[in-house]
Design a protein around this ligand. Structure first.
Ligand SMILES: Cc1cc2nc3c(=O)[nH]c(=O)nc-3n(C[C@H](O)[C@H](O)[C@H](O)COP(=O)(O)OP(=O)(O)OC[C@H]3O[C@@H](n4cnc5c(N)ncnc54)[C@H](O)[C@@H]3O)c2cc1C
Length: 373
């Protein structure tokens, strides 16, 4: 045996599993086709939102609470500043905010609800519609994805894990006694694998016919006309439902540029052939929103980046073991909203892979709800 466990794909989720496995004392290998923190998958672009009340389902709230503790733990272990709690506002008609409100009530999370007039006085950077309600989540914030991935990976290596960087796994063959991993001509034999290959998961496990689809997403940066009002202290993260579309943005990290993006609405793509160049038509619709709703930003985009969501049919994650496929733990795909959960989901996958009872119930993410071998 080359190791107890191998992590295939040391990206957003895999780097956390790598760290957690090494923390448990497992003998662990990691395989990553690019360098940790790269910009070809789903874990790049400066910032990822962390929320507390969760529109995707109140069941996620306990996972978020654990995740926050683990982000803080990773910061302490690596002497880094990964998570910034600067608050978030969610803008929409009252109906769109219902799930946030019920999650906050259920878990007694602090929040405020403002009408458009109150919000305009507090957040003058935004132009609100008359019917807008604004949900303020003071315990939300953002994670720095590249730093998070690199820190977790580095910490795992310090704890004894071995990383094969720039190495693509071409196939995995599980059996009752372990798993054979193929990297072209080279092969490795391990007791168990955690598959955290993100958009490439379907390619690595073709026998599962995963019902997931990869969506091209664009992140766009705009220049602030008055940078002072877009600082972390004055401009919280925002999410907004406008003209039937969800979009979101962050304060300026560099004192000049503000990142904004649509949530969904991208084309279905193959991760190996995705167009990574951004075009005028990728950006113009968002620029119109900027012009109309955040006029203190210059609507001429300064730069843009391509990223990928890997969507599931029910919008929930795929995590756990697969019936009929021994010694394989799935860690993702993460349905386009997984980054904030990386440390807790990495921890739970590490527990499953080392046959510990998971410290939280992950039934809602079980692969078998969607797939059969
Ligand atoms: C534009 C955008 C904005 C987002 N915003 C948020 C947000 O604000 N908050 C939030 O919580 N989530 C957000 N998400 C979602 C979140 O980023 C993803 O859910 C998360 O990054 C998915 O992690 P992953 O580990 O599955 O994929 P990745 O981070 O892409 O990792 C997969 C890794 O596997 C490697 N790999 C694949 N195949 C192989 C192979 N055969 N051999 C070796 N290595 C391999 C890849 O190189 C990659 O590094 C956003 C996503 C995007 C695209």
């Amino acid at each position: 045996m080359d190791a107890d466990v191998a992590v295939i794909g040391v990206g957003s989720m895999g780097s956390s599993a790598f760290w957690q496995l090494a923390s448990l004392g497992a003998n662990v290998l990691g395989f990553e086709r690019y360098a940790p923190g790269h910009d070809k998958g789903a874990g790049h672009g400066e910032t990822r939102i962390f929320r507390t009340a969760y529109g995707e389902g109140t069941e996620y709230v306990p996972f978020l609470q654990e995740s926050k503790q683990l982000w803080r733990h990773l910061e302490t272990e690596t002497d880094t500043d990964i998570y910034s709690e600067i608050g978030r506002i969610n803008i929409g008609e009252k109906e769109a905010l219902k799930k946030d409100i019920s999650g906050a009530k259920l878990y007694q999370l602090p929040y405020e609800l403002l009408d458009a007039k109150e919000a305009a006085a507090r957040f003058p950077q935004h132009r609100f519609e008359e019917n807008d309600m604004i949900y303020v989540d003071p315990q939300a914030g953002f994670v720095r994805p590249e730093l998070a991935i690199q820190s977790a990976t580095q910490r795992a290596i310090e704890l004894g894990a071995k990383l094969y960087c720039g190495v693509s796994v071409t196939a995995i063959e599980p059996d009752d006694a372990g798993v054979t991993i193929y990297c072209g001509e080279e092969r490795f034999r391990v007791g168990h694998v955690v598959v955290s290959a993100g958009a490439w998961a379907s390619k690595l496990l073709p026998q599962l016919s995963l019902p997931v689809w990869v969506e091209r997403q664009i992140l766009v940066w705009y220049r602030a006309k008055n940078p002072d009002v877009f600082s972390m202290e004055k401009f919280p993260i925002f999410g907004r439902e406008t003209e039937g579309q969800r979009w979101y943005g962050f304060p300026s990290l560099d004192g000049h540029l503000v990142k904004v993006a649509f949530h969904h609405g991208g084309d279905e793509v193959d991760p190996d052939t995705i167009d990574r160049t951004t075009h005028k038509e990728d950006i113009e619709h968002l620029s119109k929103f900027i012009h109309k709703y955040i006029p203190d930003l210059d609507p001429n985009a300064v730069k843009a980046k391509v990223c990928m969501y890997t969507n599931t049919p029910d919008n929930h994650f795929i995590i756990g073991s697969v019936s009929g496929m021994p010694n394989v733990t799935m860690l993702g795909p993460m349905a386009g909203h997984g980054f904030k959960f990386a440390p807790i989901m990495g921890k739970l996958a590490a527990e499953v892979a080392t046959e510990l009872t998971p410290t939280m119930n992950i039934d809602m993410f079980r692969p078998d709800r969607l797939i059969r071998v």
